[in-house]
Design a protein around this ligand. Sequence first.
Ligand code: C2E
Ligand code: MG
Ligand code: MG
Length: 595
Amino acid sequence: MTPITTCELAEARRLDALYKLHLLDTPPSEAFDRITRMAANLFQLPIAAVSLTDADRQWFKSRVGVEHTSIPRLRAPCGQVADDSGLLVIPDLMADDYYRDSPLAASGIRYYAGAPLITADGHCLGAMCVLGTTPRQTTPQEISALCDLAGMVMAQIELQHALGRVDAVSGLPNRHQFSEDFDDLQRDAAGGEQGLAVLVNLATPEQLAHAARAMQSSYLDELVTDAARWLRETLGPGRRIYHVATAQFMLLSPPGATLKSWLPLVEARMQAALAIARGRHVVTPSAGVVPFEIGRADSLAVLRQAQSAAHDAIDSPTHVAVYSQVEDALYQRRFRLLNDFVAALESGDQLRLVYQPRVDVASGRVVGAEALLRWTHPQLGAIGPAEFIPIIERSGLAQATTARVLEMALRQQRAWRADGILLQMSVNVSAANLAEPGFADAVSAALARHQLPADCLELEITESAIMAQPLKAHATLAQIAALGVGLAIDDFGTGYSSLAYLQTMPADVVKIDQSFIRQLDGDARQQALVTAMITLSQDLGHRVVAEGVETEAALDFLRRAGCEEAQGYLFSAPLEAAACAGRAAGMSGAGARPH
Ligand code: C2E
Ligand code: MG
Ligand code: MG
């Protein structure tokens, strides 16, 4: 590799300064055109331009009397202005040895005057230039006017640039500036050194939403300006604080700081911030800390990681959290699953149901089947409902999911009945369904669509779903019961409800959660608990189903305790529809090997 020359390095830096301004290939702007017109008028010349020197072209941000938006840099006088960072006047191109053969001269141009456009850092971006078709002399006044106009162009460029980089409320550099400064830090790094980024989050998204609803916008502005002032005072002069989102500030650790030395400081400052917040605003500040390797980190990734840590910090005792890759990966996976589930609902082949037989304990006959949802993600493969159902239930997708499951289950039920297989079909529904107006009507309509009697369907509702909104749940369940559809309380024993309360629910069946049944073997206390659950449920008029029956011993115990039905790997794991029908037709109850 040939070493880079000083000249090449200067040019690379000059180009970098130009690119950072994000000016190239932007649309024309009146602010620049005004100056260009003034230049043409002052010189009484037909052509004037604000010409920026890119790697191999002169690009015109503003132009008068030129058709092209750019020309090649080679042998363009503006290119020379950029190279020399100095004024260039060519009274007659045809009399100039170098420019005589230039494309510009070939196009009929004879006169050129260009003043350099120099940034505050001393980089020359190009030229403010005027051109004429006849040779001409230049007065000292004209030269000084051209230099003034170049100064005006630079003032305009720097003003525009600053406006896009400073937050109007806090007066602090914004997210774009953070990215840029962070990238600069990377560029000059020797490598291997660790840096720390801290994101200070003033309030939770909910608090911001409440404030926006309840208070005037000046409340948030005041919160932000107060916080910005506090941060500035706390950190002292010379430290840059970035205002990266409505209520978020970002800062970088001083050189040499380590997590060990710096974290206690951040935590102490956070305690002070919390004390102020308690007294002045209804907000909960938190901070996320991200260690990164200087020279190898990406500004946007660090920002996102810091935001993620600051969010986790809300639940930590110190309100400060260090970014954890594991937590983040989990969050990203959850986010991805939720996003992708929308496509799964629309697709024909990602979602399917499997059916787990439910067995009458006394006769050993299969009397029902629970429909359980399965998702094959196109890239991630099989995802278990224990992972995706809780994510979906926290989103707005629960209703659409139940609708889809109900539709698939009833279609299967119709097919089984046509084949003479009579099983009650159990479908799990979510808490959101219980609060959904018209849910009972939708169930009734689905049954009618498939020409099925109401009693061939049972809906399973978990105890905690009922307890989430007891009044609404009660009303919906009463409507469903009135249709003649069966109701089961699922995962019984895991919530915080009382049996006395559940007794007021119009449920036919109580399904004792598998966590109680799987621990039955030889555990006298567990056995006493399950016996009590069975007797109480029956006394209150419910039929009892034991979930998660895996052993003969558990089944024997349940039989003696008078439990009516059982479900579990002892009989069968969840099966594809055809296998479940086969099991229902041929299975004689306990003893069949799990799938
Ligand atoms: P659940 O309704 O309590 O379903 C019983 C779960 O226990 C099923 O897990 C089943 O495969 C598993 N299981 C059955 N027998 C045994 C056993 O003997 N031992 C053990 N260890 N496990 C057994 P699955 O299919 O992974 O479903 C998990 C949960 O996801 C379900 O618990 C239910 O709450 C939810 N879910 C599944 N499908 C749907 C659906 O279509 N809609 C809704 N809202 N939730 C669903
Ligand atoms: Mg269930
Ligand atoms: Mg259950």
